[in-house]
Write a protein that binds this ligand. Structure first.
Ligand code: CAA
Length: 255
């Protein structure tokens, strides 16, 4: 198995387990990631996923370079679609996702991290989209997700130079939310996940996340209107009654 899935009470840790190839994404790894995400989506207790890589060297060194050698148009299209399907499944599901980046996050590995809601990195992490050096382009969403996170100028620098950037710079440009010691990485990711899942409206978290993700695809007036409607709809779902009543009674809300 290239993917390990450890379920906790209401979230899971998904670990890429192909350490010898620096957790590179071949078709099988991609398919196992989708299988694992599908399993979490179908388990109604599961509300979040932390994605990390086995070992101390790499989160994921990208799409499997050996698998891409000699592809024709149709095969390359199929490979890119597998990658997109996987990343879209993570970004488009209702699971809150945190990438816990424990080393190299290059090419498809960075694209996997970009498909997550939040990125936390260890100090030794290195990031980059080195595809053009292979005569390729980022093909698992990097040309679109990176500029939406760090802005167009920085994204173009990262894509066109192919440079590796360190965790300190990644923090400065907003590519990652936090940088911690390697041994603190999973504890930090789990602490954040638990905080996001405790005493928070389940539906409220889902809707807020959906508005943030889907809003960037719409003109501002349309996405603001969508927020108004979603806000109003929350009151028909019962969570505001619980949360507001608990606040007024000086209690912690249970959703
Ligand atoms: N695919 C397949 N195998 C990979 C790999 C990848 N992306 N990255 C590393 N490996 C393998 C190496 O071939 C090597 O295997 P062997 O032991 O069998 O020789 C093993 O992992 C260890 O790697 P290195 O010996 O190269 O380790 P290093 O410490 O010298 O270098 C590294 C580490 C800088 C990350 C280097 O491995 C590297 O540059 N890897 C490739 C990174 C890359 O270009 N990623 C982008 C891939 S293209 C892509 O992702 C396209 C897309 O968007 C869809």
């Amino acid at each position: 198995m290239y993917v390990e899935l450890e379920k906790k009470e209401n979230y899971a840790i998904l670990t890429l387990n192909r350490e010898k190839a620096l957790n590179a994404l071949n078709s099988e790894v991609l398919s196992e990631i989708r299988e694992a995400i599908r399993e979490l989506i179908s388990d109604t207790k599961m509300r979040g996923v932390i994605i990390t890589g086995k070992g101390e060297k790499a989160f994921c060194a990208g799409a499997d370079i050996t698998e891409m050698k000699g592809l024709n148009f149709d095969q390359a299209e199929e490979f890119a679609r597998k990658g997109h399907k996987t990343m879209n499944m993570i970004a488009g599901s209702d699971l809150i996702s945190i990438a816990a980046i424990n080393g190299y996050a290059l090419g498809g590995g960075l694209e996997l991290a970009l498909a997550c809601d939040i990125r936390i990195a260890s100090k030794n992490a290195k990031f980059g989209l080195p595809e053009t050096g292979l005569g390729l382009i980022p093909g698992f969403g990097g040309t679109q997700r990176l500029p939406r996170i760090v802005g167009r100028g920085i994204a173009l620098e990262i894509i066109l130079t192919g440079d590796h950037i360190d965790s300190e710079r990644a923090l400065k440009i907003g590519l990652v939310n936090h940088v911690v010691e390697l041994q603190e990485l999973l504890p930090k990711a789990e602490e954040m996940m638990q905080k996001m899942l405790k005493y928070k409206g389940v539906e409220a978290q889902k809707v807020a996340r959906w508005l943030v993700h889907s809003g960037s695809e719409l003109p501002l007036t349309a996405s603001l209107e969508r927020e108004v409607n979603a806000f109003a709809e929350m009151f028909e779902k019962g969570e505001p009654e619980k949360g507001i009543t608990a606040f007024l009674n000086k209690q912690k809300p249970e959703f």
